[in-house]
Design a protein around this ligand. Structure first.
Ligand SMILES: [Zn+2]
Length: 170
């Protein structure tokens, strides 16, 4: 694994341990050149998924993006980070085992909403209210940036600032 800081090819594994009940392996790595530490996470991937947006564009499924939107919905809620990872893993496994490699973005949104409803009522309402506004276009990245704005408003001005990508009108 190449060092993400300096590009050096030789990094060493210091420690590896399972997490999320053994569905992922987390490895702490150490660069022998610059001394930086970083973590890699190994997970089973049943298949490569492609997200089909409403306008027909196809993009590779991005687990991190899904995780960020779930995390934003759950911000300041009594839900541990490890549980969030398990929620996302559950969602991804359902998507990967659905039989289709191309998934409409709307299905990902619906599935995330259904899952949040079972986890935390407040997070569900946050996600659902934003999601419904975007149901027409079903663009997950729009959902994400609006979620961020909503969460920032709730958390106060000291949290992350709205960037230039912020949609300024509905
Ligand atoms: Zn390095």
């Amino acid at each position: 694994m190449r060092c993400p800081f300096c590009g050096h090819e030789d990094t060493q594994v210091k420690d590896s341990r399972p997490n999320e009940d053994g569905v992922a392996i987390r490895r702490r790595r150490f660069c022998t050149s610059c001394g930086q530490r970083f973590t890699t996470i190994e997970r089973v991937q049943l298949r490569e998924l492609t997200v089909v947006k409403t306008d027909g564009r196809k993009v590779p499924f991005d687990r991190e993006k899904l995780t960020r939107s779930i995390r934003i919905a759950l911000r300041k809620r009594p839900v541990q980070e490890e549980r969030i990872e398990r929620i996302v893993t559950g969602l991804v496994t359902r998507l990967e085992s659905s039989g289709d490699t191309e998934i409409p973005s709307s299905r990902i949104g619906e599935l995330a909403m259904d899952t949040l409803r079972e986890v935390d009522g407040v997070a569900y309402v946050r996600f659902a209210s934003v999601y419904r506004d975007f149901r027409e276009e079903n663009d997950f990245s729009s959902i994400l940036s609006t979620m961020r704005d909503a969460a920032t408003g709730l958390a106060g001005p000291s949290d992350d600032k709205a960037g230039p990508e912020t949609p300024n009108a509905r």
